[in-house]
Design a protein around this ligand. Structure first.
Ligand code: ZN
Length: 105
């Protein structure tokens, strides 16, 4: 991956994290402002927290130089794919295989 590509991915990840954290601030049930936690909110919060964990994991891979490599086969992940989904950990081929396997279950 080129340095400029890494920078643009890092920016995309930072924007993603800011957006997720902003959502969390709105949704997270707090007694202080009197927001009543609803089941839908709790599900959303859980979803956002797992997205945030994926963003953090992507930042860690950036730091260790593993970012952009498929965890399935070790090949480089397509740049277009990373632009569309900066937290992707699988290349297109592997992600198709995983989806096929999941649909068989
Ligand atoms: Zn792969």
């Amino acid at each position: 991956m080129k340095r400029s590509d890494i920078n643009s991915v890092r920016q995309a990840l930072e924007r993603l994290r800011e957006a997720l954290e902003a959502d969390l601030r709105v949704l997270r049930p707090t007694t202080a402002c009197g927001t009543v936690p609803t089941e839908t909110n709790l599900e959303l919060v859980a979803q956002i927290e797992s997205d945030l964990a994926r963003v953090d994991a992507a930042f860690q891979r950036l730091q260790t130089g593993l970012y952009g490599y498929c965890v399935g086969c070790g090949d480089e992940i397509e740049l277009n794919r990373l632009r569309a989904d900066p937290v992707a950990t699988l290349c297109l081929g592997c992600s198709r295989r995983v989806q096929r396997r999941a649909s068989h279950c």
